[in-house]
Design a protein around this ligand. Structure first.
Ligand SMILES: [Zn+2]
Ligand SMILES: [Zn+2]
Length: 57
């Protein structure tokens, strides 16, 4: 259990930093901000809503 912090966007392979801006769905599909905008905040894998990934504490 627990969030796996993926290091790249699943769509464009852009590097994502643990404390940078990234979006994630409830199944932990991870996308960068520009892809999330193009996907209109809907995960293309599972249809879930993409929300901002919490930054590392
Ligand atoms: Zn991307
Ligand atoms: Zn998903």
């Amino acid at each position: 259990m627990g969030l796996e912090m993926r290091a790249t966007c699943e769509r464009c392979d852009e590097p994502l930093f643990a404390n940078g801006l990234a979006y994630i769905c409830s199944y932990e599909c991870t996308f960068c901000a520009s892809c999330t905008r193009k996907l209109t905040h809907v995960c293309p894998n599972c249809g879930g809503e993409l929300v901002r990934r919490p930054t590392r504490v």
